[in-house]
Design a protein around this ligand. Structure first.
Ligand SMILES: [Zn+2]
Length: 283
């Protein structure tokens, strides 16, 4: 097991624009640049840099944002080119997709790309061919697995700790207990659904076990002014769509409280890896 030397909170943003997943999305207001600014204010309050898992189409639309993040010392990593889950790709299509993703990030000003996150935790036992593609294209770590013990969702029995899959270090999503379910604690809708005390308890449990807490946030998770519309990929479910908007106003204040109250350290994933497995990080 790789043991970190600090209470790392692997805070990260999945930098995507929900409008690009919708046929008529462009008719809605542009929200990504303003949300990037809000996250940057949070990070600068805590003197921190983080990792931005960025979709290729966002890098092409907002190259100056990517350049600014990279120049300020944040890590830019891959989140596929068009946000197509691995379950809808094969080795060849994914290889081409990742190539375009990496190219677009470098064109926009990213440096030393070494990380990857699959859309919607789509790295599962059935798509683990992806690790070979990642390795071929110089990716040294992935943070794409939902290590859910439930055999119907995620990667059952992957384990909660980072481990090597072939030559790639997989850093699985941190799970907590939510009633009888195991769900991520530090990301998306789950972070907004927990009450604060339960969040803190779950964070503590992982730090006591010598692990980092792995997270994923999106621009929309903190967007209290986004127009109401049916989000894509929810099968038209009104309940899921309600949850997409639920309690967004709590996210940044809760993050501030966790940082202050628990004395956490946010670093880009590459720095965390340099701590737990220095041999993976070159340059
Ligand atoms: Zn995503």
């Amino acid at each position: 097991m790789f043991t970190p030397s600090e209470k790392y909170f692997l805070f990260s943003i999945d930098l995507e624009d929900i409008r690009f997943r919708m046929p008529d999305g462009e008719k809605y207001a542009e929200r990504v640049p303003a949300m990037v600014d809000k996250y940057l204010e949070f990070l600068s309050r805590h003197n921190s840099k983080c990792t931005w898992f960025t979709v290729g189409d966002v890098a092409r639309k907002y190259p100056s944002i990517i350049k600014m993040l990279a120049d300020e010392g944040h890590e830019i990593a891959c989140h596929t080119d068009l946000h197509i889950p691995l379950t809808k790709q094969n080795k060849e299509s994914f290889s081409n997709d990742l190539k375009r993703n990496i190219e677009s990030l470098y064109n926009a000003g990213a440096k030393n790309i070494m990380g990857f996150r699959a859309p919607i935790f789509s790295l599962t036992p059935n798509t683990q061919w992806a690790y070979e593609v990642l390795e071929q294209q110089g990716i040294v770590y992935s943070s794409s697995v939902l290590p859910n013990p439930n055999p119907f969702y995620g990667w059952p029995n992957f384990g909660e700790n980072p481990r090597m899959v072939g030559h790639v270090l997989e850093i699985p999503m941190t799970l907590g207990r939510f009633f009888h379910l195991r769900v991520p604690i530090a990301g998306g809708v789950y972070f907004r659904l927990y009450n604060y005390k339960a969040l803190k308890l779950n964070f503590d449990m992982h730090y006591n076990a010598g692990r980092a807490v792995v997270s994923y946030f999106h621009p929309y998770d903190i967007d209290t002014e986004q127009e109401r519309f049916m989000h894509p990929d929810l099968n038209g479910s009104k309940l899921y769509n309600f949850l997409m908007y639920y309690n967004r106003k709590s996210v940044l204040p809760r993050l501030d409280s966790l940082m202050h109250g628990m004395k956490l350290t946010i670093v880009p994933y590459r720095d965390y890896i340099a701590d737990i497995k220095p041999s993976l990080v070159v340059g």
